[in-house]
Design a protein. Structure first.
Length: 388
């Protein structure tokens, strides 16, 4: 198993440092918002399950519109767009606590979401362009581990400050830190010479069909965890802000150590085996949500849910191994849009189904995991890449 290089020997180290700072900033801003959102929406803004589902669906619209990154790259360097995206995310998070209404939540959530999704698009693209097929999984694992570290840090801050500061102050801390990091990144130029020139315009190829399908199913399945698992804990099991913060902190403490190992596991056993394990585990977890009654057990399921979904990074490294290197930037924009086609629909439909029976969205999640399992069995990687 290849060990990730030490920092001084990592190829394109300026880009690595650039992405490291922005990844942590993105984590701090988005995790701060995620930690506070459900309690803020329920207890301050008084959102119903249906309204929450609608907000979460609208939150995914910027992901669907990530295809716009292709147009922005005609006038902006990709690294500058990444930095501006983190600034936008921070602005949306900072403003969130000042608008405790359905309309206010929709506005600030959309602002935050455009920044988050555009950074995710450019971040994925830059990693796959600047690091080879053996190093990229390790870099992804390390950055996701640092992402979890940033999540853990802001979770600790919120936990300690929750009894002192109002929601507006807690949101402002997370958003302000993201803005500062994004402004720093705007002063940097981490580009390297000699990389393949990326194609301009939209790129969709028939031979990438499995990547698109796995991305679509993953986007739909992700919403069950993001929207309904957290809502289950708050609404049905009455977890408060500090309890939810502890769950987020526990998730990220585990992910801090786990994500670098996932990158190594991709090189060791291949994408297909890892994704099969993910699909089977998530199907079981979704079904367990429908019958569990103990608070401690539903909390354990929530942590396991987060752990196994981290394996989804194998879909990106699979694409790197089958793709034309010049297709990466436009394809990442397309993939984020594809990811959000179902993600826009699932929360609002799931919210309506929740009003009928809270179990139905989780049955849907198990079905989506089953479909992903079948699709994963078709995965093959060329000889030049790591074996699946």
């Amino acid at each position: 198993m290849q060990r990730i290089p030490d920092l001084p020997t990592i190829p394109n180290r300026p880009m690595y440092i650039f992405l490291l700072v922005l990844t942590v900033a993105n984590a701090v801003g988005y995790q701060g918002w995620s930690t506070l959102y459900t309690n803020f929406a329920v207890h301050e803004a008084g959102l119903t399950g249906a309204q929450n589902g609608l907000v979460q669906s609208l939150r995914e619209v910027p992901g669907l519109l990530s295809i716009g990154v292709i147009l922005l790259l005609l006038v902006l360097r990709e690294h500058r767009l990444a930095a501006l995206s983190v600034v936008m995310l921070g602005a949306g998070v900072l403003a969130a606590g000042f608008f405790p209404s359905f309309g206010g939540i929709v506005f600030t959530t959309m602002l935050m979401s455009f920044g988050f999704h555009y950074f995710e698009t450019t971040n994925q693209s830059l990693i796959l362009q600047y690091f080879d097929v053996r190093t990229a999984p390790l870099i992804i694992g390390r950055l996701r581990g640092l992402n979890a570290g940033g999540n853990l840090a802001i979770g600790a801050v919120i936990f300690l400050a929750a009894g002192v500061l109002p929601f507006s102050g807690l949101f402002a801390i997370s958003g302000g830190l993201a803005i500062l990091a994004g402004l720093w990144a705007l002063t940097q130029d981490p580009r390297a010479q000699g990389l393949p020139v990326q194609r301009r315009g939209m790129v969709m190829r028939k031979r990438y069909w499995l990547f698109y399908l796995l991305t679509l199913l993953g986007g739909a399945r992700r919403q069950i965890f993001i929207v309904f698992s957290a809502f289950l804990l708050v609404e049905r099991f009455e977890f408060g802000v500090r309890e939810m913060t502890l769950f987020f902190m526990l998730n990220n403490a585990v992910n801090w150590f786990l994500n670098p190992l996932i990158g190594k596991a991709i090189n060791a056993v291949g994408e297909r085996r890892l994704l099969v394990m993910e699909c089977l585990s998530l199907a079981g977890i979704c079904l367990a949500y429908t019958v569990v009654e103990a608070r401690w057990l539903v909390g354990l399921l929530y942590v396991l849910d987060q752990i196994f979904f981290n394996f989804i990074v194998a879909v990106r490294t699979y694409f790197q191994k089958i793709a034309d290197p010049a297709d990466i930037a436009p394809s990442m924009a397309v993939s984020v849009a594809v990811n959000h086609v179902a993600a826009v629909v699932v929360p609002v439909v799931g919210g309506m189904l929740w009003m009928m029976d809270f179990r139905i969205p989780f049955y849907l999640g198990a079905a989506l995991a089953g479909c992903s399992l079948v699709a994963t069995l078709f995965m093959r990687v060329p000889a030049r890449g790591a074996s699946c």
